[in-house]
Design a protein around this ligand. Sequence first.
Ligand SMILES: Cc1cc2nc3c(=O)[nH]c(=O)nc-3n(C[C@H](O)[C@H](O)[C@H](O)COP(=O)(O)O)c2cc1C
Length: 163
Amino acid sequence: MKKLVVFYSLEGNTKYIAQAIAEEIAADLLELKAVKEINKKSLFRFLHGGKQAIRKEQPELLPLDKDPQDYDLIILGTPVWAWTYSAPLHTFLCQNKIENKKIAFFCCHGGDKGKTLQHLENILKDNKILGKSDYFNPLKKDPEQNRKKAVEWAKGITISAQN
Ligand SMILES: Cc1cc2nc3c(=O)[nH]c(=O)nc-3n(C[C@H](O)[C@H](O)[C@H](O)COP(=O)(O)O)c2cc1C
Protein backbone atom coordinates (compact mmCIF):
# COMPACT_ATOMS: atom_id res chain seq x y z
CA MET A 1 0.00 0.00 0.00
CA LYS A 2 1.47 3.35 -1.05
CA LYS A 3 1.09 6.08 1.58
CA LEU A 4 1.35 9.83 1.23
CA VAL A 5 1.22 12.61 3.80
CA VAL A 6 0.20 15.90 2.15
CA PHE A 7 0.44 19.03 4.24
CA TYR A 8 0.69 22.78 4.32
CA SER A 9 2.34 24.56 7.23
CA LEU A 10 3.03 28.27 7.70
CA GLU A 11 4.65 28.22 11.13
CA GLY A 12 5.94 24.65 11.44
CA ASN A 13 3.36 22.94 13.66
CA THR A 14 1.65 20.96 10.91
CA LYS A 15 5.02 20.14 9.39
CA TYR A 16 6.22 18.75 12.71
CA ILE A 17 3.21 16.43 12.99
CA ALA A 18 3.30 15.47 9.29
CA GLN A 19 6.97 14.51 9.48
CA ALA A 20 6.42 12.43 12.63
CA ILE A 21 3.56 10.55 10.94
CA ALA A 22 5.41 10.00 7.66
CA GLU A 23 8.45 8.66 9.46
CA GLU A 24 6.39 6.29 11.61
CA ILE A 25 4.33 4.76 8.80
CA ALA A 26 7.00 5.04 6.05
CA ALA A 27 4.93 7.39 3.92
CA ASP A 28 6.10 9.84 1.29
CA LEU A 29 5.75 13.52 2.16
CA LEU A 30 4.31 16.22 -0.06
CA GLU A 31 4.67 19.74 1.31
CA LEU A 32 2.44 22.36 -0.29
CA LYS A 33 4.02 25.78 -0.78
CA ALA A 34 2.33 28.89 -2.07
CA VAL A 35 4.07 30.89 -4.78
CA LYS A 36 3.36 33.99 -2.69
CA GLU A 37 3.76 32.80 0.89
CA ILE A 38 2.27 34.88 3.68
CA ASN A 39 4.98 36.47 5.83
CA LYS A 40 4.88 34.31 8.94
CA LYS A 41 6.59 37.01 10.99
CA SER A 42 4.01 39.67 10.09
CA LEU A 43 1.34 40.67 12.58
CA PHE A 44 -0.99 40.80 9.58
CA ARG A 45 -0.63 37.10 8.83
CA PHE A 46 -3.94 36.35 10.56
CA LEU A 47 -5.66 38.94 8.41
CA HIS A 48 -4.11 37.83 5.14
CA GLY A 49 -4.52 34.10 5.66
CA GLY A 50 -7.91 34.47 7.33
CA LYS A 51 -9.21 36.47 4.37
CA GLN A 52 -7.94 33.83 1.92
CA ALA A 53 -9.62 31.06 3.88
CA ILE A 54 -12.93 32.86 4.38
CA ARG A 55 -13.13 33.86 0.72
CA LYS A 56 -12.16 30.33 -0.37
CA GLU A 57 -9.32 31.78 -2.41
CA GLN A 58 -6.96 29.45 -4.21
CA PRO A 59 -3.43 30.84 -3.86
CA GLU A 60 -1.17 29.48 -6.56
CA LEU A 61 1.05 26.59 -5.45
CA LEU A 62 4.59 25.73 -6.44
CA PRO A 63 4.67 22.61 -8.65
CA LEU A 64 4.00 19.38 -6.77
CA ASP A 65 6.78 16.80 -6.73
CA LYS A 66 4.41 13.85 -6.15
CA ASP A 67 1.18 12.79 -7.80
CA PRO A 68 -1.50 11.96 -5.22
CA GLN A 69 -3.14 9.62 -7.76
CA ASP A 70 -0.19 7.21 -7.30
CA TYR A 71 -1.15 6.56 -3.66
CA ASP A 72 -3.70 4.32 -1.88
CA LEU A 73 -3.70 6.02 1.53
CA ILE A 74 -3.48 9.81 1.78
CA ILE A 75 -3.18 11.66 5.09
CA LEU A 76 -3.79 15.40 4.86
CA GLY A 77 -2.60 17.99 7.36
CA THR A 78 -3.39 21.68 7.66
CA PRO A 79 -3.29 24.56 10.10
CA VAL A 80 -6.67 26.04 11.01
CA TRP A 81 -7.20 29.42 9.36
CA ALA A 82 -10.34 31.31 10.35
CA TRP A 83 -12.01 28.14 11.68
CA THR A 84 -11.43 26.16 8.52
CA TYR A 85 -8.60 24.54 6.57
CA SER A 86 -5.83 26.69 5.10
CA ALA A 87 -6.12 28.28 1.67
CA PRO A 88 -3.13 26.41 0.12
CA LEU A 89 -4.75 23.09 1.04
CA HIS A 90 -7.94 24.39 -0.55
CA THR A 91 -6.02 25.00 -3.79
CA PHE A 92 -4.65 21.48 -3.65
CA LEU A 93 -8.08 19.93 -3.07
CA CYS A 94 -9.62 21.95 -5.91
CA GLN A 95 -6.86 21.14 -8.38
CA ASN A 96 -6.45 17.45 -7.55
CA LYS A 97 -9.54 15.30 -7.65
CA ILE A 98 -9.16 13.10 -4.60
CA GLU A 99 -11.69 10.27 -4.78
CA ASN A 100 -11.90 6.54 -4.04
CA LYS A 101 -8.87 6.81 -1.77
CA LYS A 102 -8.35 5.79 1.82
CA ILE A 103 -8.10 9.11 3.63
CA ALA A 104 -7.33 10.52 7.04
CA PHE A 105 -6.74 14.12 8.01
CA PHE A 106 -5.57 16.29 10.86
CA CYS A 107 -5.32 19.94 11.75
CA CYS A 108 -3.19 22.09 14.06
CA HIS A 109 -4.87 25.02 15.74
CA GLY A 110 -4.55 27.65 18.43
CA GLY A 111 -7.46 26.53 20.56
CA ASP A 112 -10.52 26.89 18.32
CA LYS A 113 -10.61 24.62 15.32
CA GLY A 114 -14.21 25.55 14.49
CA LYS A 115 -15.62 23.25 11.83
CA THR A 116 -12.31 22.51 10.12
CA LEU A 117 -12.59 18.72 10.40
CA GLN A 118 -16.22 18.79 9.26
CA HIS A 119 -15.28 20.94 6.27
CA LEU A 120 -12.56 18.47 5.30
CA GLU A 121 -14.98 15.59 5.66
CA ASN A 122 -17.39 17.38 3.33
CA ILE A 123 -14.87 18.12 0.60
CA LEU A 124 -13.40 14.59 0.80
CA LYS A 125 -16.75 12.79 0.88
CA ASP A 126 -16.00 10.65 -2.20
CA ASN A 127 -13.33 8.77 -0.27
CA LYS A 128 -13.18 6.24 2.54
CA ILE A 129 -12.44 8.40 5.58
CA LEU A 130 -10.51 6.39 8.17
CA GLY A 131 -9.89 9.01 10.84
CA LYS A 132 -9.37 12.59 11.92
CA SER A 133 -7.28 14.19 14.59
CA ASP A 134 -6.23 17.61 15.87
CA TYR A 135 -3.35 19.17 17.76
CA PHE A 136 -3.25 22.36 19.80
CA ASN A 137 -0.11 24.32 18.74
CA PRO A 138 2.05 21.20 19.16
CA LEU A 139 5.40 22.95 18.92
CA LYS A 140 4.56 25.38 21.73
CA LYS A 141 2.47 23.21 24.02
CA ASP A 142 4.02 19.78 24.36
CA PRO A 143 5.94 18.61 21.28
CA GLU A 144 6.76 15.14 22.56
CA GLN A 145 3.27 14.36 23.82
CA ASN A 146 1.76 15.59 20.55
CA ARG A 147 4.25 13.56 18.53
CA LYS A 148 3.27 10.43 20.44
CA LYS A 149 -0.43 11.17 19.93
CA ALA A 150 0.09 11.62 16.18
CA VAL A 151 2.19 8.49 15.81
CA GLU A 152 -0.35 6.32 17.65
CA TRP A 153 -3.17 7.79 15.57
CA ALA A 154 -1.31 7.14 12.32
CA LYS A 155 -0.51 3.55 13.29
CA GLY A 156 -4.24 2.97 13.86
CA ILE A 157 -5.02 4.51 10.48
CA THR A 158 -2.62 2.20 8.63
CA ILE A 159 -4.12 -0.86 10.37
CA SER A 160 -7.62 0.24 9.31
CA ALA A 161 -6.36 0.90 5.79
CA GLN A 162 -5.18 -2.70 5.47
CA ASN A 163 -8.61 -4.15 6.30
C1 LIG B 1 -4.19 33.12 9.05
C2 LIG B 1 -4.31 32.38 10.36
C3 LIG B 1 -5.58 32.13 10.87
C4 LIG B 1 -5.73 31.38 12.05
N1 LIG B 1 -7.00 31.08 12.50
C5 LIG B 1 -7.15 30.28 13.58
C6 LIG B 1 -8.46 29.89 14.04
O1 LIG B 1 -9.49 30.23 13.47
N2 LIG B 1 -8.53 29.09 15.13
C7 LIG B 1 -7.43 28.66 15.80
O2 LIG B 1 -7.57 27.94 16.78
N3 LIG B 1 -6.17 29.01 15.39
C8 LIG B 1 -6.00 29.79 14.30
N4 LIG B 1 -4.74 30.12 13.86
C9 LIG B 1 -3.58 29.55 14.57
C10 LIG B 1 -3.00 28.30 13.82
O3 LIG B 1 -4.03 27.46 13.36
C11 LIG B 1 -2.10 27.49 14.74
O4 LIG B 1 -1.11 28.32 15.31
C12 LIG B 1 -1.45 26.31 14.03
O5 LIG B 1 -0.83 25.48 14.98
C13 LIG B 1 -0.44 26.79 13.03
O6 LIG B 1 0.01 25.70 12.24
P1 LIG B 1 1.35 25.85 11.35
O7 LIG B 1 2.46 26.12 12.30
O8 LIG B 1 1.50 24.50 10.68
O9 LIG B 1 1.15 26.95 10.38
C14 LIG B 1 -4.58 30.89 12.74
C15 LIG B 1 -3.31 31.19 12.23
C16 LIG B 1 -3.17 31.92 11.05
C17 LIG B 1 -1.80 32.23 10.50
